[in-house]
Design a protein around this ligand. Structure first.
Ligand code: SAM
Length: 326
């Protein structure tokens, strides 16, 4: 379905929980994180109902995110339920990888087509510093397990932050010589209360590309309909790829195809927008599907034209990334 700016909206990012087993410094406080009460989180049944209605409004691909989707009990049965929704063509997952070693095989057999693993460092000590958990090796084993059960390509998402991991950009780029991974550098975004975003710690994808080019010849990979917002490159002789996602410096709002459903049941047309449409209340009040379909349709139609931010205009979005779904 087209929105009012003629964009085809066919991709739903679904936050299945706001809980997480890491405490990344740019996302959550170390202690005292307050989570949404369980009763306010959508049940799987409610999510399946809403996704089915979204599919009737043109959604073709769902990405499960959070919080950490793999910490929610019963996630495999939920994925199984999603895979039975007629018209839904692809189910993908974004995970921090902590539980991937145990889940990879089942995720594949229950219907996950693509996996993105978030990992901001290749150093175990730094992993502990960034995530406040000593789980680097477990995540790495998870990635290896995902590779061995046949996920390909595995995308590794790296949020580049100056003074935190900018000295590892080349190490991540070199990883693509050894492994067929798609390493994707994502610009740090001003989202949530914990966020320490400032123009001083922001690294643009342009800066990252300049650095990567010091390693060797880099060729541009033509986008395909599944490549999403990343600008894709390959280093000569590499097995994998490099993706650059310039959410701020080179935003992709003009062809953004995303709708979001938060863990507590609100639809959002844009990650950065504070405007939300509550679909949980009418669903729980027993308003019919016609009413819910209209709400979904209107959210799609009124999707903001753009996020209105750039690297010099750091307005923060109030809701935290873990409850919207990054
Ligand atoms: N737990 C899952 C994971 O780690 O991938 C899914 C949720 S997490 C919020 C999704 C992605 O958002 C991660 O790659 C994380 O690094 C990224 N993220 C969180 N806060 C961010 C920010 N302020 N700017 C850019 N990316 C951010």
């Amino acid at each position: 379905m087209l929105d009012n700016n003629h964009r085809a909206i066919n991709y739903l990012r679904l936050s299945v929980t706001d809980r997480c087993n890491l405490r990344c410094i740019y996302c959550m406080p170390e202690e005292g994180m307050s989570f949404i009460p369980h009763s306010e989180i959508l049940s799987y049944e409610e999510m399946l109902h809403l996704v089915t209605l979204c599919v009737q409004n043109g959604i073709r691909k769902v990405r499960l995110t959070g919080g950490e989707p793999l910490v929610r009990k019963g996630i495999l049965q939920f994925i199984d339920g999603l895979s039975r929704i007629e018209g839904l063509e692809e189910i993908a997952l974004t995970t921090n990888g902590v539980l991937l070693r145990d889940f990879a095989r089942d995720l594949r057999s229950f219907g996950i087509c693509r996996i993105n693993v978030s990992m901001d460092t290749l150093s175990p000590d730094r992993f502990f510093h960034i995530t406040r958990r000593d789980l680097f090796h477990q995540v790495w084993e998870g990635i290896e397990e995902a590779e061995s059960v046949g996920f390909n390509p595995i995308k590794i998402n790296v949020v580049g932050i100056k003074g935190v991991n900018d000295d590892e950009i080349l190490d991540f780029a070199r990883l693509t010589y050894e492994k067929p991974f798609h390493v994707r550098f994502i610009e740090f975004m001003p989202v949530g209360k914990e966020n320490s975003w400032s123009s001083r710690n922001f690294i643009s994808i342009e800066e990252i590309l300049n650095l990567v080019q010091t390693l060797g010849k880099v060729s541009f990979v033509n986008p395909n309909p599944l490549s999403g917002p990343a600008r894709r490159y390959v280093l000569e002789g590499a097995k994998g790829e490099i993706g650059l996602i310039g959410a701020l410096s080179n935003h992709f709002c003009d062809h953004c195809n995303r709708l979001r459903l938060t863990a507590d049941g609100s639809l959002k047309g844009c990650l950065f927008s504070d405007s939300e449409v509550d679909v949980k209340t009418p669903l729980r009040q027993g308003k019919g599907d016609k009413h819910l379909l209209d709400l979904i349709r209107n959210t799609i139609l009124n999707k903001p034209k753009d996020h209105g931010l750039n690297e010099y205009k750091p307005r923060k979005c109030v809701r935290s990334m873990n409850s919207i779904g990054g």
